[in-house]
Design a protein around this ligand. Sequence first.
Ligand SMILES: Nc1nc2c(ncn2[C@@H]2O[C@H](COP(=O)(O)OP(=O)(O)O)[C@@H](O)[C@H]2O)c(=O)[nH]1
Ligand SMILES: [Mg+2]
Length: 303
Amino acid sequence: MHTINWYPGHMAKARRMLEDNIKLVDMVIEIVDARAPLACRNPDFESLFKNKLRVVVLNKSDLSSKAQNKAWVEYFRKKGITAIELVSTSQAMRKTAVSLIEKAGKATVQRYLEKGIRKTLRAMIVGVPNAGKSTFINRIAGSVRAQVGDRPGVTKSKQWVKVSDYLELLDTPGLLWGKLENETLAKHLAYIGSIRDDVLDIEEISGLLLYDLARICPDQLKARYKKIDTAEELPEEYLNAVCRSRGFILPGGVPDTERAARIVLDEYRGGKIAAVALENPEDDPEAAQTAESSETEKTDAEV
Ligand SMILES: Nc1nc2c(ncn2[C@@H]2O[C@H](COP(=O)(O)OP(=O)(O)O)[C@@H](O)[C@H]2O)c(=O)[nH]1
Ligand SMILES: [Mg+2]
């Protein structure tokens, strides 16, 4: 798709920063959007995060379906990676997140204890833009944030948030690039707001989103935008139908497709259209390959 010919210049810089920060941590917590876990991840992670404890957070799980969240947790479990569904915006998430992180680090902490070392595990949050990294960190940090920042020797730029007795979290998240080389997955990244809208043709993107949603969740789409015909084959016609549904008509009877495009993207990203994922585990093009290598990955990750 020519719409997303975006090479992220700032991503190259983000990657260098990430590589530096990775050296400081024992654990990497990947925040992915539960609606598009494949798009949010990248094959580079395997080498980048080698020898690190790893946890995947299916964030915004409130914007997907229970069954799909469950299937994704299972998908990661088979790869030897602990995953949980989370809603980072919810007050109640702290307890769930902390127990997950503790569980993932437990064996390592135990190994150190056996050698007489009281190890403080250090973790960092990584994820594509808009996945919910800042929200996650703020929730986890809560009121303990100030206390940690005051510790001597902690510079302003690298602050550690104490999560539990033996876990600290780097308060600056690492920015990751998603799967831009795959057109379908790049499109998903645009839908979920991980690619800046100012480098996108938002009318084209929202037309494509509506077209895809007409196939994934036609009833909910029609409930939201009454004039949509879910059998329509032309993406741009979906946007015109939204204009008619909402009365976005400019003087002269011209549909205000730009306004409709912004509204559709906002409503989709805010979870107002349907609680459903764009991707399912069986969409993984590397699924077959992964099944074969899952044994070796498992021993690495289950430390
Ligand atoms: N519905 C929902 N929205 C979330 C969740 N987590 C984060 N958000 C929203 O997603 C947007 C991006 O979050 P942010 O933490 O800034 O993402 P970052 O770019 O990865 O740091 C914000 O509007 C958050 O309120 C979640 O679990 N559910
Ligand atoms: Mg942020």
